[in-house]
Design a protein. Structure first.
Length: 209
């Protein structure tokens, strides 16, 4: 008889039916956070595409993603599993950096620490199936505690924290442009980020050697 699979080795389970009856593990966080965004988009962009980990499954709400620091913002944007560890100058230049500030502390569900265990969840929620994570995000959004968003660990660097903010908190946020990682004044920061994650930089902008 083959050995039984341990329940923690498969996909993360869906949110329990009684989740709405449990008090949520909420943290009060005021930021600021850093966000990498396309230059042709407002930095305060609450997506409803369903393509990202904590997006609404059917567009029930919008989500803004940001990280606690530039390293987390970079690796959440450019990090990938396998393939070349390379970014281009033009790719960096197409993205801008913004500091996301909150007028009040946001009430965020703790998915980065002991809150996972209190919810009956584990780290697979932030590293495994997007569809399962989206069903959890929807259940947390619908919870009577009405959280402003989620605090979690970056998938490609669990030592860094990131946030997924629901659009119900949009009026509390403002974005302050801080340039781009490709800007000359950001060269020391970019060098540190690239060295930290083992990325090479290909300068492909016209007129630059």
């Amino acid at each position: 008889m083959p050995p039984r699979a341990h329940p923690d080795t498969g996909p993360h389970p869906d949110p329990p039916a009684r989740l709405a009856r449990r008090p949520l593990p909420l943290l009060a966080e005021a930021g600021p956070w850093l966000r990498v965004h396309r230059r042709d988009r407002d930095p305060l962009f609450f997506g409803r595409t369903g393509l990202h980990r904590f997006d609404a499954p059917e567009g029930e709400y919008g989500v803004l993603y940001a990280a606690a620091d530039a390293h987390g913002a970079f690796v959440e944007t450019f990090g990938r599993t396998g393939g070349e560890r390379l970014v281009t100058t033009s790719g960096l230049a197409a993205q801008a950096l913004a500091r996301i500030e909150a007028a009040r502390p946001l009430r965020l569900v703790d998915l980065a620490g002991p809150g996972l265990a209190r919810l009956g969840a584990d780290a697979r929620l932030t590293t495994g199936s997007y569809r399962v994570a989206q069903r959890w995000a929807l259940a947390l959004w619908r919870h009577p505690d009405a959280p402003d968003g989620l605090l979690y660990r970056c998938r490609h660097d669990p030592s860094r924290h990131a946030v997924a903010v629901f659009d119900r908190a949009a009026e509390a946020l403002r974005a302050v442009p801080v340039g781009a990682l490709a800007d000359p004044e950001q060269a020391p920061l970019l060098a540190d980020v690239l060295a930290t994650y083992g990325f090479g930089l290909l300068d492909d902008l016209p007129g630059r050697a």
